[in-house]
Structure formats: structure tokens, C-alpha cells
Design a protein around this ligand. Structure first.
Ligand SMILES: Cc1cc2nc3c(=O)[nH]c(=O)nc-3n(C[C@H](O)[C@H](O)[C@H](O)COP(=O)(O)O)c2cc1C
Length: 361
């Protein structure tokens, strides 16, 4: 099946709205989780070629993330200080119900010219659910709920009066006004398991997945797009990667080694134990983190596996390999986010554009 596409590959970055940065390491990290740092970061991002910013939802501390700003609120703040950047707010069914989310996001869409999108996450952190008194559903049920949640968002936004009778949610002639601006907010989802892929092939606009080799990602894409075709649905693909761009490959590899040498091993082990509630809990055991080593987990979403580590040209060439197998967006994390995102935008993105032109991709 042909999977390449002719639109320019898009770029997103992880908003550090939780403390501790994007690696579980005691290495010095010049990354800050507070709003003023993030204001400057978002403004830089839109000026150097990033399309999206992704905020994270976390209710409790753990594994290096002591403080966490709330995702929807923080996304709205970032929209208020930028002009073009689209901001993706994470929503966790359970703590959120679809009507609250639909209403919040519709208002934000109106206020910020349709620049808000959402990432529906399905939960991996059982201790967090316990801490806030939320029932912990098993893996398949979490996805059944997420799919109903997404169908409700889509129905509430698009239909004059919405009716729904599901296992988790019910609506009777529910009228939401105002509706969000069109195009309606894009719906991303995170996860790699079969349930995640099946949901993407039915309802989501975007499938976000953890880092992995080109071959591993290609397999997922083929599975999703084959099923999506049968469902007459189109879904775009975003892949996580941790980028270390330096003037030489040796320098970049040395930074990776330094991050690993300083990894907070107790926190990484704790995280490893906890993420077994995600991918390994899925019946086929193919979800996020199901096969991650302790070294992989030093980056929360397996970002080292994508291997965006080297010179700007090496990284640009690698991104093109992902594009060739059908990836539409690279989601990026960095060590010193402000400096490195700026370097990436100025030195890597232009090379990607050049290669796309040269190769007619
Ligand atoms: C790019 C991306 C972003 C995610 N963001 C969050 C988040 O902010 N909060 C959260 O609790 N889970 C987040 N997740 C976790 C997923 O929603 C999901 O629970 C997890 O990946 C396990 O899914 P799986 O078992 O289907 O692979 C994210 C996952 C990915 C891939």
C-alpha cells in the first residue's frame, strides 16, 4: 500500500507544563514548567516553523513530575500569547465528561479562531486514578469509553441536537451553543495497542504514538490505514521523537549518553512498573511501553527509539524516512527545550523542507 503523502510533514512539541522536563534524568535541564517560560517557548515555536504544541494532562506527581499545570487551562493561556500556533489540550475521560469538554473547547475555539485541538488519552497511571477516586477500568473498557467520548464530542459539536445512548454516556436532544468554529477541533488520541489502533481507524483525526523504528511505525500505519479504509475513515499519524541536534554526530551521541548516565534509576523503575498498566495490560500486549527497556523509559514516550540524534542533516533525512512510510507529523521533545527547539526550527526544519522539495514528497 502506498503511504507517502504530498503535504509538508508537520511539527509539534511537548509543552513542559509539568516539572522535571522530558527525560527522567538528573542531568542539568534548562527547562522550566511555568507559564512565562512557556510563553516565550510557544512564541519561538510558531516563529521557527512549529505547527502544534501538545500540553500534557497529569493530576498527581510521580517519576520526576512533581508539579503539573492543568492542560486545558494551560492550552488556553498559550493561545492567548500566540497568533498562529495550534495548541492540543489533553483530555482524560473519567475526570472529564464529554459535555464539559465539548463546552470548554467550543468556547476556546471561538475565542482563539479555531486554533484549539484535543488529545483524548485513555489512561496508564492507575495510582493517579486511585488518588483522585476515579474507578480504574480495564484496558479494553478504557478504550470503549474513549471511543464513546470522541463520538460524543463530534456529535455535540456537529449536530443541532445530539442524542446518544452508550455504555458510558447518554444525551437526549442536547443542544450546544455556541458551536466551535469550523473546521471543528481536531481530535488526536495517544496509544499503540490494538484497541488504540482500532479506535483511530474508526473515529480519530490523528493517531499519536510513542517513538519507534521506521519499520515498527510503518507496521502500525499499515494496520490502521487498512482498517480505516474499510471504515471509510481517514486518519493522520503523529510519532514521538526526542531530538538531540548538534553540529556533530559525536556531540549529539555524547549528550544522549550523558542523559542516560544521569538517569534517575529509582524513578525510571517506578515508571516502568506503572506503565505495565498501559500497553502490557492490553490483551495482545502491543501497547505503549509493552516492550520498552529501562533505558528507553528514561524518555517518557520512547523518544530515543526514533533516533533523531545527530547533525541537522542526519535528523532531517531520518524524518524523511518516516514521512515516506506515511507519517504526517513529528512530535518532539528536547533536553533544554527553549534553546533546542529554536535550534531545531532554524537548522532542521529548513533541511526537511529542502529534502521534501528535492524528492518531490
Ligand atoms: C503522544 C502521546 C501523548 C500522551 N499524553 C498523555 C497525557 O498527557 N496524559 C496521560 O495520562 N496519558 C497520555 N498518553 C497516554 C495514552 O493516552 C495511553 O494511555 C497510553 O499510551 C497507553 O495506551 P496503549 O495501551 O493503548 O498503548 C499519551 C500518549 C501518547 C502516545
Amino acid at each position: 500500500m502506498t503511504t507517502s503523502n504530498s503535504s509538508p510533514i508537520q511539527f509539534a512539541y511537548w509543552v513542559p507544563n509539568v516539572s522535571g522536563g522530558l527525560v527522567i534524568s538528573k542531568i542539568e535541564q534548562r527547562t522550566n514548567w511555568e507559564h512565562l517560560y512557556n510563553r516565550q517557548l510557544a512564541q519561538t515555536a510558531e516563529n521557527v516553523g512549529f505547527d502544534y504544541a501538545l500540553t500534557q494532562i497529569r493530576f498527581t506527581a510521580g517519576y520526576g513530575a512533581e508539579n503539573q499545570h492543568e492542560s486545558v487551562t494551560f492550552s488556553q493561556y498559550l493561545l492567548s500569547v500566540t497568533e498562529r500556533l495550534k495548541v492540543i489540550a489533553a483530555l482524560l475521560p473519567g475526570p472529564w465528561n464529554p459535555v464539559l469538554a465539548a463546552k470548554q473547547i467550543a468556547t476556546i475555539s471561538k475565542l482563539y479562531n479555531a486554533r484549539i485541538a484535543v488529545n483524548v488519552v485513555s489512561g496508564w497511571f492507575r495510582s493517579e486514578f486511585k488518588a483522585i477516586g476515579e474507578p480504574w477500568l480495564d484496558h479494553e473498557e478504557r478504550y470503549l469509553r474513549s471511543e464513546e467520548f470522541i463520538r460524543c464530542l463530534q456529535g455535540i459539536w456537529s449536530q443541532p441536537a445530539f442524542n446518544f445512548s452508550g455504555d458510558f454516556y447518554r444525551f437526549r436532544d442536547y443542544v450546544l451553543k455556541p458551536k466551535p468554529l469550523e473546521p471543528f477541533p481536531e481530535i488526536f488520541q495517544g496509544g499503540s495497542s490494538r484497541a488504540a489502533r482500532d479506535m483511530a481507524s474508526r473515529v480519530s483525526d490523528w493517531y499519536f504514538t510513542n517513538g519507534g523504528s521506521v519499520e515498527y511505525i510503518q507496521k502500525q500505519i499499515e494496520d490502521i490505514r487498512t482498517k480505516a479504509q474499510l471504515n471509510d475513515h481517514q486518519v493522520k499519524i503523529g510519532v514521538n521523537g526526542f531530538a538531540i541536534a548538534r553540529d556533530s554526530e559525536q556531540e549529539a551521541n555524547a549528550v544522549l549518553q550523558d542523559i542516560l548516565d544521569h538517569s534517575d534509576i529509582d524513578a525510571v523503575k517506578g515508571f516502568h512498573h506503572e506503565v505495565q498498566n498501559a500497553g502490557n495490560a492490553s490483551p495482545e500486549k502491543e501497547g505503549n511501553w509493552a516492550k520498552s527497556t529501562l533505558e528507553d523509559l528514561v524518555q517518557y514516550n520512547d523518544g530515543f527509539k526514533t533516533n533523531l540524534i545527530g547533525t541537522p542533516l542526519q535528523i532531517a533525512q531520518r524524518i524523511i524516512e518516516y514521512k515516506k512510510v506515511g507519517v504526517n507529523l513529528m512530535l518532539l521533545g528536547f533536553l533544554h527545550v527553549q534553546e533546542e527547539l529554536e535550534y531545531f526550527g532554524k537548522n532542521v526544519i529548513p533541511l526537511v523542507r529542502q529534502l521534501e522539495n528535492e524528492l518531490g514528497l
